[in-house]
Each structure stands twice: as C-alpha cells, then as structure tokens.
Ligand binder design. Structure first.
Ligand SMILES: Nc1ncnc2c1ncn2[C@@H]1O[C@H](COP(=O)(O)OP(=O)(O)OP(=O)(O)O)[C@@H](O)[C@H]1O
Ligand SMILES: [Mg+2]
Length: 476
C-alpha cells in the first residue's frame, strides 16, 4: 500500500484511538453535553506531547458524532475573525461549509472547530490573540477543541481559559501498546517484522506513536521481512532526541554556561550543531532583536568554522562551539518557555535524500556501464538521459532493460523518476515477475548460436526490434 502510513492508519473513529482511555471517555462526555444542549465548558483542550493522538481523537470524535470539521491553525492571527464568525453562527438553520463558505442547511449539523497549535497563539500584548480566543470559547455556539503541547504556556496567558475549558490530557502511549499497533500495521502491509525489531521501534518512540509508525515505514517499505533492524533509522532518532534537548538548553537556559555544557555533551560536529541552531533559532526566538543578536553569533561561529578549514587550525572549533551555545543563549533578552517544535535541519534532510539518489544513480550507471562496456561516469553523462527517455516511453525497451539489468524496484523507480510505490514501478515489476523477463531477455540478447532474436509478444514488440550485435551490445 502506498502513501504515508501515519495517514493511512489514522483512526476513523474513537474506538480506534489507542491508549488514553480516560481521555477518550472525557472527550465523549463533553461531546454528549453538546448534543444535548450547550455545555458550561464549551471548549475542550487536548493536552499532550506530539504523536499521542490528539488531532486523531478530535477528528475521530467528529466522525463518530457526524459533525463537520473546521481545522485551523490557531497561531495564525488572520484566522481570528474567521473563527469568530463560524463559532457565532447557531447550529440550526445556517452553517458553513468546511472551508468557511456560508450556506444553509435544514438540519444544521454542529461544526467542530479544531484549533491546532493553540499554545502558539501570541500573548496578551497583541491585539486579538489569546483574548480573542477566550471570548470565542466563552460564547461559541459550536464545539471547539483546542490542541496544545504545552498547556502551561497557554494557560499562563489567560487564567480565564483555565476555568472555561475542559482539559483533557493525552499521555505518552505505552510501549506495549505502540508495539501492538506496529505489529498490526506490519501484518496489514504484509511485512514480517521480528518481535525484537518491533520492540526496538516501540521503545525508541518514547510513547510517540507517530514517530514509531514513521520509523516502521522507513525500515519496512519495499521489504517482505524485517529481521534485523536497520539501526541507522533508530540511531538517527536518538541523535535527534539529544539534539532536541541541546536546543532546549541553548534557547531556554538562563545561564549560558549551562547551554555550553549541554551542547558540549552532544557528540556531533560543530557544523552539524550550527545547522541545528540555524534552523531552530527563528522558531525559538520570537523577539526580532533577540533573533538578530542570536543570528550574529551563528554568523561568527560560521566564519570561525571556515577558518578551521582554511588554516587547519582546529583550535577554532571551540570558539565556534562557544558562540553557538554560550553566545546564542546569552543573545536573548526575552525568556523562552514552553514546548518548542524543533525541526530537523532542512539542509541535512536534503543532503541525505540526494545522497540516496546519488547512490542509486551510481548503481544504475555501473550496471548499464557493465552491459555496454563504458565507465559509470560516461554512462551518467552520455547515456543515462537517453536511456531514461527510452525507458520511460518505450515499454519493450523498459521491460527488456529491466530484465537485462535485473533492476530492483528502487532502481526502476530512479530511472522512471517515479516513487517506488507508484503504479508505473509496480506494473513494471509485476510484468517482470510474470516471467516476461525470460522472453524479453532472449529477444534482446542474441543467443550464442547467432540466431536472430525471437519475436516479442504483444503489439509494440515489433516497434523496437533489437539488432543483433555479435560482440558488443548497443542500447539504441
Ligand atoms: N492514540 C492513537 N491511536 C491511533 N493512532 C495514533 C494515536 N496517536 C497517534 N497515532 C498515529 O500517529 C499519527 C499522528 O497522530 P496525531 O496527529 O493524532 O498526533 P498528535 O497528538 O496530534 O500530535 P501533534 O501534537 O504532533 O499534533 C496518526 O495519524 C496515527 O497514525
Ligand atoms: Mg496534532
């Protein structure tokens, strides 16, 4: 099955939401109160760390109760008016379509308004923001769910919010439960994953079901069996975790010395640390001047790193490290609190993606090179573009070459420039499996006795009848 497994296996109803039974019960009770009138606490707040099913539960609830859903990002100020106007419409008679257009219906279903990332609504000092949300929560005629990772950060901005909302906590999902979910998904995908591998993936997720499912997809995609875990994925997750902690230390610590100490504990090169800080600084420092000062430290660190290489003077490494930790931490005037959704450096992500593309390219070019007696580099420059064009447009060529080169799924995907689970790749691989390969191989490769190749089956077969080439085969 193709696509993002976390989406494919998103629960369709509350019964499928795993873990946190109390939270699910509370949510139902709150929704029931809406069905039978307007509850005192008109909004529910779902509180919990990432990947524990908050968004899923909210969507599942709407599905179970037959409510329409309007999902909005609460931190986007521009939404405030839209939220207000939707919330203030009565349930009967008039409603909005899910994308906010006004229309009339007879029964007037309830609309569940889901405000995600509500802990990122800007504070009191801004017009709108939190006070606007509080006002809506108090008076809404439609059920509202606020979703937050950090309830403290939000409730601090408004004590009223605390008394006006039903708070529902989502805890980390237990390892055994995570393992159970992973096992089911693996079975459904037809991949045999060993118990040990499931256990490792589950443990490693730290109760974050989303990342567990993602890790499973990463190790299991395109395989029939996962016995030994591709530990790179798991250890990458671990590195990520320690990096997140270091980010917290740098951006949130009051004492820059603590930031420096935490950062020094991370076993990564200063270059990698710099990429992490650079990516996440704008997320953590909301104050423009703080951001400017922080970035100045990053820039200085970067120039020291440059000198390390130009002058081969590794002493500068520690300067760079200090600027990145001590410097960035000390650059802020405004304190930073609460949960921050750090990001993996986009540069590193792109690099690792292009690395696997480069590896596939090298693999494919060397296979073609062997066949036509050319170096991989020559193939890459002179053959691959034409090969690819033919491969994409000529079915016979595609089949014969796939068989001849014994292409794996991912190599075929690379040549076709399609995803590995695309229908183009699947069809090709299926056709190969069906034994066509034998036929096609014979057709392309003139047999040793010099007989002409057998005719291909199928209508397009004659179109590209290969020429017999006694010593060296040519492609085109
Ligand atoms: N309790 C759960 N039951 C079933 N699936 C879950 C659960 N929690 C997470 N998942 C899986 O993980 C994915 C992400 O979960 P979800 O979006 O609900 O997390 P979240 O708590 O909203 O996280 P975030 O705080 O990052 O928004 C879902 O699509 C689903 O596949
Ligand atoms: Mg969510």
């Amino acid at each position: 099955m193709s696509g993002d497994w976390t989406e494919i296996y998103r629960p369709h109803g509350l019964a499928e939401v795993v873990g946190n039974p109390k939270a699910v019960e509370d949510l139902k009770a709150w929704a029931d109160a809406w069905v039978s009138g307007r509850p005192v606490k008109r909004a529910a707040v779902l509180i919990g760390t990432p990947g524990t099913g908050k968004t899923s539960a909210a969507l599942a609830l709407a599905a179970d109760y037959g409510w329409d859903v309007i999902e909005m990002n609460a931190s986007d100020q521009r939404n405030a008016d839209a939220i207000r106007s939707i919330a203030m419409r009565g349930a009967l008679g008039q409603t909005f379509t899910p994308d906010g257009d006004y229309h009339s219906t007879k029964e007037g279903k309830l609309k569940l308004i889901i405000l995600d990332e509500a802990d990122n609504i800007s504070g009191r000092e801004d017009r709108g923001g939190v006070p606007a949300i509080v006002e809506v929560v108090r008076t809404t005629k439609q059920p509202i769910i606020l979703i937050v990772n950090d309830w403290y950060a939000l409730s601090k901005k408004s004590s009223v919010l605390k008394s006006q909302t039903e708070q529902i906590k989502f805890s980390r999902i237990k390892t055994v439960t995570v393992r159970g979910v992973l096992r089911k998904i693996a079975r459904d995908q037809g991949v045999a994953v060993s118990d040990r591998a499931l256990e490792l993936l589950a443990e490693n997720s730290g109760g974050d079901l989303r990342s567990a499912v993602r890790d499973l997809q990463a190790v299991a995609t395109g395989r029939k069996e996962v016995t030994d875990l591709d530990t790179a994925v798991v250890s990458a997750r671990e590195v990520e975790k320690t990096m997140y902690q270091a980010m917290d230390a740098v951006f949130k610590a009051r004492d820059p010395r603590e930031a420096r100490a935490r950062m020094a504990e991370v076993e990564e090169t200063p270059e990698t640390k710099l990429l992490w800080i650079e990516e996440n600084l704008p997320i953590a420092y909301r104050d423009h001047l703080d951001l400017y000062r922080g970035m100045r430290e990053v820039a200085k660190a970067s120039s020291y790193l440059g000198r390390v290489y130009r002058r081969q003077h590794y002493g500068f490494w520690s300067y760079a490290g200090d600027l990145l930790s001590f410097g960035v931490c000390a650059a802020k005037r405004r304190e930073v609190h609460g949960y921050i959704r750090y990001q993996f450096p986009s540069y590193l992500m792109k690099m690792s993606r292009s690395k696997s593309v480069r590896m596939l390219q090298a693999q494919v070019c060397s296979k073609i090179g062997e066949m036509v007696h050319m170096s991989s580099a020559e193939v890459r420059q002179e053959v691959l573009p034409y090969f690819r064009l033919l491969f994409k447009t000529n079915k016979t060529f595609q089949l014969s070459m796939a068989a001849e080169l014994e292409l794996e799924d991912e190599e075929a995907a690379f040549i076709l420039e399609e995803k590995i689970d695309s229908s183009a790749v699947k069809n090709l691989m299926n056709a190969l499996k069906k034994g066509l390969d034998a036929n096609v191989k014979r057709a392309v490769r003139p047999n040793d006795r010099g007989k002409p190749p057998e005719a291909l089956e199928g209508p397009s077969a004659t179109a590209s009848k290969p020429q017999p080439a006694p010593s060296q085969r040519t492609l085109f």
